[in-house]
Design a protein around this ligand. Sequence first.
Ligand code: AMP
Ligand code: TRP
Length: 347
Amino acid sequence: MKFKERVFSGMQPTGSLHLGNYLGAMLKWIDLQKTHECIYCVVDLHAITVWQEPGELRHAIRQVTAAYIAAGLDPEKSILFNQSQVSAHAELAWVFNCVARLGWLNRMTQFKEKAGKDRENASVGLYAYPNLMAADILAYRATHVPVGDDQKQHLELARDIAQKFNNDFAESIRTAGYEDGQFFPQPEPVIVGPATRVMSLRDGSRKMSKSEPSDLSRINLTDDDDTIAKKIRKAKTDPEALPSEIEGLAGRPEADNLVGIYAALAGSGKADVLSEFGGRQFSEFKPALADLCVARLGPIAQEARRLMADPAEIDRVLVDGANRARIIAEPILGEVKDVIGLIRAAS
Ligand code: AMP
Ligand code: TRP
């Protein structure tokens, strides 16, 4: 089967969104709307793999939605919804729990990081998390998945699950009319651009993340102008001037990170940034970066705040998105049930 090109991606509603989310994922989500049918999901079921205070979770679901709309995601054009409203995700995840192998999940580095030392005490959901992610994508037979670099391994697992499902039920899939045996596509990661892995501002060897205790390590999409400028001023750097060539960034993770951030915000490449700033000191580069950051993020934060003043409208957008998502996912889930031998009401 020739699969129609379709984009799917998800973002967890935990904590506030930061520059890593914006540059690693959001910018591409917004860009792909121009060329593709896009489905974007606030993955609330993924968020509860770690305990969330219910009031804060509700707030975060709306806040992530508002941030996306503020950043340029068009809910009329693309489908924007929260995962728990479309039950096909959880149902297909159960099927995939029975397709994926323990050995596959044991290799997931994100589980090891998130579970930490006390693995016995991690939720079963945290362990099975990548199966739910595969279900998110394959419930729509999505072909392209824009994410940051840290999701690469989860996407490989989604591809393995798609392939194993196609193999395990090959005969039944052919009987169902799929002559080439391809029931699910192999979803491709879209990990491109100068900032697929934005690093902490305090430590160039760690990823910028919501869970890092120091708030100085990240720029939040809700930070005001002065806070953004202060965090960039305090960002860790080395004493050298910026190099003129990309090769000169090797072994200088902090410099590499700031140049990558500048390039992504400016919509250019690292080489362009270095041709402008090569030979200059951080004392000159940092104020330019701060200005660019404020110019890009300030209006988004402001618009998101405006949208948050009307939560009922945000909820309406999510309900509308879920209704449209269900129209795509439910027939596919129905076919999955047929293929694996479950009985359902005739449609
Ligand atoms: P999460 O907040 O973990 O749900 O991540 C949402 C999206 O942001 C995913 O596509 C991640 O890969 C991406 N992302 C998160 N942190 C970073 C980072 N530091 N650099 C680049 N992309 C990131
Ligand atoms: N696991 C992703 C993250 O933590 C979020 C996610 C859930 C996702 N389901 C997805 C991303 C499906 C892409 C496609 O960032």
